[in-house]
Ligand binder design. Structure first.
Ligand SMILES: [Zn+2]
Length: 208
């Protein structure tokens, strides 16, 4: 196993559509092992092959649930349900986060590293991650999906602190803004880092 270099936003490979995996050989297994090592090393929850410069349709993920490390080769999202809004990040856009809407649930079919087909239904963070990684396979970075300009966690914390300090009984907070603030606060706890360096720690999340 070896750690691979993660390409950063601006590298043209990240904007290209990847091709299907056709050979389930030893080289593919090595790539999968390397991608897992690279993902864990970056403290990410997902990593797509184009992020390590391989323009093939596969990604790995581990969102810390009972499924553990998963490998999706030639993935296809068959069905989506519901919606979730939350902070998202990416190992290819380090330390920046934005609010992205994703389905709450996805049904995805794919092949494992031996070429066997499987189907799995994932919710919450798993669903978010699958959508984010499938986007990578089509050359789409989450910046394009973000409803807000991307900001650092420090900037986000400052923004929320300022807003907190401004609120007094006389202040009229637009209901929608307030809701947005609350959503942002809640979602920091589950901020994704593929997905990125600098996952907020629990204490920090609770503080907000
Ligand atoms: Zn990413």
């Amino acid at each position: 196993m070896a750690k691979r270099m993660i390409l950063k936003e601006g590298d043209p490979a990240l904007n290209r559509k990847s091709r299907p995996v056709t050979r389930f050989d030893a080289r593919l297994k090595t790539l999968v092992e390397d991608m897992l090592e690279t993902m864990y090393d970056g403290e990410g929850v997902g990593l797509a092959a184009p992020q390590v410069g391989v323009l093939r349709r596969l990604f790995v993920l581990d969102v810390g649930d009972e499924n553990g490390a998963m490998v999706f080769i030639n993935p296809d999202i068959k069905d989506v349900k519901g919606e979730q809004e939350g902070m998202e990040g990416c190992l290819s856009i380090p330390d920046l986060y934005g609010v992205v809407k994703r389905p709450m649930e996805v049904l995805v079919s794919a092949q494992d590293k031996d070429g066997r087909s499987f189907e799995i239904r994932l919710t919450g963070l798993g669903a978010r991650c699958v959508c984010h990684e499938c986007d990578h396979l089509d050359g789409i970075l989450f910046r394009r999906r973000s409803e807000t300009p991307l900001i650092t966690l420090d900037e986000l914390k400052k923004l929320l602190d300022e807003e907190k300090n401004e609120v007094s009984p006389e202040d009229r907070v637009d209901a929608e803004d307030k809701e947005r603030q609350e959503n942002a606060s809640e979602s920091i706890g589950e901020a994704l880092t593929d997905y990125g360096a600098g996952t907020p720690d629990e204490e920090y999340a609770q503080e907000l």
